[in-house]
Structures are given as structure tokens and as C-alpha cells.
Design a binder for this molecule. Structure first.
Ligand code: AHM
Ligand code: MG
Length: 334
């Protein structure tokens, strides 16, 4: 069991270790964690806090927004805009970037987030979360959307907070994956697990099976073989889980292994996938890789992709290394 230290102390220790995180990044992560606590409170209030249901508006992705999507987005912006650590923010729920207003000092970091992941689960009391990723702003005056278009390998911090039976913050600054559980009495995140490792093999997959008829051949092949169980080429029975919140599905995989897939499919062939590269796939890919897993778009490592636009989408295969390598190989063989 890891020593019971707070997130604050963990970050201070990371800062003191040679060159790990600068003080400004530490402060930024503290603010993100504080915002996650506020979102957690709103989530917990549920119907008593008037946070359920639709906001009757659409986001830039053409998806209907829930009240909590908007509340979580506002909480993250308000918490982060004045601290002096950031130059700008980008969110799944906002069309353009949010530049820190002139009345506040500008810092050197860029923050990206999916404020409320798993929106379809809000009203049914199933785990949802916040995903975030931090980049360094390239040198030069001002800040633009172009500054955000960096591959996932450039991330300096990434994580998510899952609002489930417990509120759990999962973080990497490039030194493995650390897990913090919110102690509600104390109001602080406490380190409860460190240096997570994902088993290289697994017998559990996560995919929305209702889309089966729209998949590409390599995905169909991989899932068919899993479904054949002990009688098929894999020679073992597989289990399936699909929460419908990426945070919850990835959290399970970080905890006990498995593979998470949201592939390209024929429903909207012009889109690379449903999930967003910069708010969802990149931060989750870094966490998965830091825990010894792998993450590809079926062909290449996701974190090597240089985005061409802010809301770029991507096909996703992540989790236990050998499973991800297998489904990626099926793509190259196709
Ligand atoms: P969201 O960010 O708008 O909530 O959408 C992303 C979510 C993921 O959390 C989840 O894996 C996926 O969408 C579920 O999609 P589907 O409803 O097609 O199964
Ligand atoms: Mg999402």
C-alpha cells in the first residue's frame, strides 16, 4: 500500500525530483484538481442541485449539451483563468480556444479538457468524469489555435477524474500513473495507488457491440475471434464490458487490464472516429502507455499523430499491450 500522502505533497515531491515538474505546472495541476472537486460536488447533488437534464443547446460537435457539460466547462475555466499559469484553454464544449483575458497574467501552459465525459450517463447515475491534458505553449508572442496542434508526445501532464462510487483522480506527469481518492471529510485527494501496471494479456474487451455491422474488417475479425472463446483461435473465453463513459472504461482497464475500442465505422465514414484526439485519446493514451499498455488508431501510435485541427477525431484501440498489438496487426494485414 502506498504511503497516504496528499496530492499536494505528491506534486511537491515530483517538483523536487530533478527536473520533473516545474512549480508553475504543479500549481496548475492543483487548480485542475480543485475544479474537479467542485464538479464532483455538483455531480453528487444530482437532481437536488438542478444539474440533471439537457441544456437545450448544441456543442461544436453537433451533440446536444447537458446542463452538467456546461457547468463543468465553466468551473474549469473560472478556476484556471486567473492563476497566471495558463496562456489558453481548449474544450470539447467550446468551438474556439479560450485565451486567458488580459486582466490576468499569462502563463506558459495550454490546458485542454473534456469537461464532462460520458454525458449520456449523467441522468442515469452511472460513472462520468473529466479528462485533461497539458501542453507547453510554443515560444512567440500571443497564442493561437495553431499552438495547440501538438502531438500527444508533447504532453507534460495528463489525467482524468472519475465521478463514480468514489471520486478518483488519475494523473501522469511522465513518472508512471498515480491514483488519488477524494477524502470528502478532509476535502483532499489522497494517494491510494502508484505506478499502475496493465497486464500485457487480457480476456476482456470494451466496445459498443451495437455498431458491429458498421465496423471495418479488422475489428470484426478481432471481436469474432474473441467471441469464439475456447473453441476459436484465441483458445480462451472473453468477457465484455461497456460503460459508455470512456473514463470509467479506461479506469477499469488501468486497474485490471483489457482493451478499449472506439473504431472508425461506416455510419459517418468521413470522420476518423467518434472520440476526440486532444481531449480524450491523447491524455488516455499517455496514461495507458505509462502503465505499460499500448494505444493506436489501428495503424499508428496515437500519441505520434500531429493534429490538424482542434476538434480532430480519431479511431481508438488502447489497453493491454498484446491485445492492442494484435488488433493493430489485423489492420496492417487487411
Ligand atoms: P462525450 O464526451 O460527449 O460524453 O462522448 C464520449 C463518450 C465516451 O465517454 C464513450 O466511450 C463514448 O462516448 C460512448 O459512445 P456510444 O454512446 O456511442 O457508445
Ligand atoms: Mg468525452
Amino acid at each position: 500500500m502506498p504511503k497516504r500522502i496528499s496530492l499536494t505533497r505528491y506534486l511537491v515531491e515530483q517538483q523536487r525530483m530533478e527536473g520533473h515538474i516545474p512549480s508553475q505546472l504543479r500549481l496548475l495541476l492543483e487548480v485542475v484538481a480543485r475544479a474537479c472537486k467542485r464538479i464532483s460536488q455538483a455531480v453528487n447533488k444530482g437532481a437536488l442541485g438542478d444539474v440533471m437534464g439537457s441544456a437545450e443547446s448544441e456543442n461544436v460537435q453537433g451533440e446536444m449539451q447537458k446542463k452538467l457539460d456546461i457547468i463543468a466547462n465553466e468551473v474549469l475555466i473560472e478556476a484556471n483563468e486567473w492563476g497566471g499559469h495558463l496562456a489558453a484553454m481548449a474544450s470539447e464544449e467550446m468551438e474556439g480556444i479560450y485565451v486567458v483575458p488580459n486582466r490576468y497574467p499569462q502563463g506558459e501552459y495550454l490546458l485542454m479538457f473534456d469537461p464532462l465525459d460520458g454525458s449520456s450517463n449523467i441522468d442515469v447515475n452511472v460513472s462520468i468524469g473529466t479528462i485533461f491534458s497539458v501542453l507547453v505553449k510554443p515560444e512567440g508572442a500571443g497564442v493561437s489555435e495553431q499552438d495547440f496542434l501538438q502531438p500527444g508526445t508533447h504532453q507534460v501532464a495528463a489525467g482524468y477524474c472519475v465521478f463514480g462510487p468514489q471520486t478518483t483522480l488519475v494523473l501522469t506527469v511522465g513518472d508512471g500513473v498515480a491514483v488519488f481518492t477524494l477524502d470528502r471529510e478532509q476535502g483532499s485527494f489522497i494517494l491510494t495507488d502508484e505506478h499502475l501496471r496493465i497486464p500485457e494479456d487480457s480476456k476482456e474487451f470494451a466496445i459498443n457491440m451495437s455498431n458491429q455491422r458498421h465496423w471495418a474488417a479488422p475489428v470484426t475479425r478481432y471481436i469474432d475471434e474473441c467471441l469464439q472463446g475456447t473453441d476459436g483461435p484465441r483458445g480462451k473465453d472473453f468477457n465484455m464490458r461497456w460503460v459508455g463513459s470512456m473514463v470509467a472504461d479506461v479506469h477499469r482497464i488501468l486497474t485490471r487490464g483489457g482493451v478499449f475500442m472506439y473504431p472508425w465505422d461506416k455510419r459517418e465514414p468521413e470522420k476518423a472516429g467518434k472520440l476526440r484526439l486532444m481531449y480524450e485519446a491523447n491524455p488516455m493514451s499517455w496514461l495507458i502507455e505509462q502503465a505499460g499498455g499500448a494505444s493506436t488508431n489501428g495503424k499508428h501510435r496515437i500519441m505520434d499523430i500531429t493534429p490538424t485541427k482542434l476538434h480532430e477525431r480519431v479511431s481508438v484501440f488502447m489497453g493491454s499491450k498484446n491485445e492492442v498489438e494484435r488488433v493493430t496487426r489485423y489492420h496492417s494485414e487487411a
